[in-house]
Ligand binder design. Structure first.
Ligand code: 5GP
Ligand code: MG
Ligand code: MG
Length: 185
């Protein structure tokens, strides 16, 4: 997708490709230090975390394992309900493993809080979270997110893996979607 094709759909760019890369490099160094001498399993939450996983993992000196999970949360509104269903489970037995969940964004935090409980019940040695983006609402639930890229306002954002109706995931920056896109639906 060329930038020109997509620009008119966006209100503003919130985080640029360059800012994301610099932040993931920094987080990668911290994660390498924190997990020194330990085996690390990265678990990406499909589909939004695909880009974060690809870029963060390549900033690591660690020879990590990767696995993926797909979940969906159900509710009456577009807001996360906290009732989570597993669409695709892990292929890995995480008992005794050091797990780092890789996420695109924490909004209400309900999905992640469910995942953290679920992983703890499978007997992981440790479970931490790395999220590229975090919205203010996340402060309302007790999520211990050890690695956060950027705190952003509550606007609905797209790009760098984040979609609106499955589109805009391949935008290189993170941007706010223009209201006229919503009202077309
Ligand atoms: P939570 O359970 O934290 O409210 O919801 C997390 C999930 O909702 C994210 O993983 C993401 O898929 C979706 N989400 C939350 N905020 C946004 C947003 O601003 N843009 C997009 N595209 N998805 C979002
Ligand atoms: Mg996600
Ligand atoms: Mg989505």
């Amino acid at each position: 997708m060329h930038a020109s094709e997509i620009e008119s759909d966006l209100t503003k760019v919130l985080v640029t490709e360059e800012q994301i890369d610099a932040k993931l490099e920094e987080l990668g160094r911290t994660i390498d230090t924190d997990y020194a001498g330990k085996d690390l399993l990265l678990v990406g939450v499909l589909k939004g975390a695909v880009m974060v996983m690809a870029d963060l993992s390549r900033h690591l000196g660690h020879n990590v394992e990767m696995d993926w999970m797909a979940v969906s949360s159900y509710g009456a509104s577009t807001k996360s309900s906290g009732v989570v269903q597993i669409r695709k489970d892990l292929d890995t037995d995480i008992a005794g493993r050091h797990v780092l969940i890789v996420e695109d964004i924490i909004d209400s935090g309900l999905t992640l809080s469910w995942l953290l409980d679920n992983f703890a019940s499978r007997g992981a040695a440790s479970v931490e979270v790395c999220a590229l983006l975090r919205k203010p609402d996340a402060a309302k639930v007790t999520i211990d997110c050890k690695y956060v890229g950027f705190d952003i306002p509550s606007d609905f954002v797209v790009g760098y893996g984040l979609d609106f109706a499955e589109r805009y995931r391949n935008l290189r920056d993170v941007a706010v979607l223009a209201p006229h896109i919503y009202s077309e639906e």
